[in-house]
Design a protein around this ligand. Structure first.
Ligand SMILES: Nc1nc2c(ncn2[C@@H]2O[C@H](COP(=O)(O)OP(=O)(O)OP(=O)(O)O)[C@@H](O)[C@H]2O)c(=O)[nH]1
Length: 348
């Protein structure tokens, strides 16, 4: 027996579930380090530390709940950030995104999901021939880029097979910048004319590449990033889950600090259902003014819209070149409005 009296210090209280004090504040993780997401595969993330020092594999911390983490995201990580084989860090924060690009909803997944974050340029790769250019994807990309606040670059490939002028002329009225590449006559696999200009356009930016199968996107990526096969942000075999699936996005760093490209294999278009037609019209400020002042209420501005003032505006042009210029602008707007509505090339 001790010589002192019992007091509350002697009472051992085991708090029940309900009374356990819970921190309302999430832990701050002041020691977290910043990294860029370069690849995603079923709950595992490939990251590159912001200082470029090492690649790290990570998983999402539980506290992030259902927050999606996508390629291009800036994240804060804790835990084992050594990047040594077999280690997994934890992602505890996702930085606010400057832009998001959404994949189109499809039959297997009716939800439009964010697939890339923080990209500032959308590069639509289109062959001038073999396969013949299809404008629908380009038009949809123009809308997606405008809506996401990204620049659009049209990269025309296979210039050795067809002249680029008609395509360049078609997109110039929309303010779309174009680069043209093609295989050199000597035919060497990685010898591509125009590659330097592409590099200049990509320098210092985070660009997303999109294109139909067979347009030469892989050829371009391999020429830009000579070790692309190794440099892909694939998730390694920490868990035996294997490589990224072919449809997930992968971020690649261009040599000599030349920027980043995100390749989106299997992603052929982007969701536009959330883009309001007014937002598309707003991209054409001259037409938006006319529409606001003179179109009937609820006008769709489509080619078959009754009393759409844009047709009058074209007819009013004083000179022939002026008229042709106005007509091209109106046609472009209508093409984009139709592409948002999901009309096919054939339907138009
Ligand atoms: N003539 C010519 N052929 C090219 C050029 N670039 C690529 N090709 C060929 O076009 C075919 C398709 O090229 P890829 O780079 O595999 O095309 P991709 O867009 O990556 O296609 P997927 O892998 O299906 O997504 C290949 O046979 C290439 O050799 C070019 O500039 N000129």
């Amino acid at each position: 027996m001790s010589g002192r009296e019992y007091d509350e210090r002697d009472a051992r209280v085991r708090p029940g579930r309900g009374s356990r004090p819970r921190t309302k504040q999430r832990p701050e993780h002041a020691d977290a380090e910043r990294a860029t997401v370069t690849g995603v595969d079923r709950g595992r993330y490939a990251l590159l530390m912001s200082d470029g020092s090492r690649e790290v594999q990570a998983m999402k911390a539980r506290e992030l709940g259902r927050t999606r983490v996508v390629c291009g995201d800036q994240v804060d990580i804790v835990g084992d950030t050594s990047g040594r084989p077999g280690t997994l860090a934890r992602i505890v924060r996702v930085a606010e995104r400057t832009t998001v690009l959404r994949r189109t909803a499809d039959d297997t997944d009716p939800v439009e999901r964010v697939i890339v974050a923080n990209a500032d340029q959308l590069v639509v790769v289109t062959a001038l021939a073999d396969p013949a250019p299809r404008t629908r994807l380009i038009d949809r990309c123009v809308v997606a880029a405008f809506d996401a606040g990204m620049d659009l670059l049209l990269c025309l490939t296979k210039a050795d097979l067809a002249e680029p002028e008609p395509m360049v002329a078609m997109y110039a009225p929309l303010g779309v910048r174009t680069v043209v590449v093609g295989r050199r006559p000597d035919g060497a696999a990685r010898a591509i004319d125009g590659l330097e200009e592409v590099r200049e356009r990509l320098a210092g930016r985070l660009s997303v590449l999109v294109g139909h199968s067979g347009v030469g996107k892989s050829t371009l990526v391999n020429a830009l990033v000579p070790d692309a096969d190794r440099a892909t942000g694939h998730v390694n075999d920490v868990t035996g889950r294997g490589r990224h699936t072919s449809s997930s996005a992968v971020a690649l760093r261009l040599p000599d600090d030349g920027g980043w490209v995100i390749d989106t294999p299997g992603v052929r278009s982007f969701g536009l259902a959330h883009v309001q037609p007014d937002r598309i019209l707003a991209a054409f400020d001259d037409l938006a003014d006319v529409a606001e002042e003179r179109c009937p209420r609820g006008c769709t501005h489509a080619a078959d819209a009754p009393d759409c003032a844009l047709d009058e505006w074209v007819a009013e042009a004083g000179t022939e070149p002026d008229r042709a210029g106005r007509e091209t602008r109106v046609d472009s707007l209508r093409r984009l409005l139709a592409s948002r509505a999901g009309e096919s090339d054939a339907a138009r």
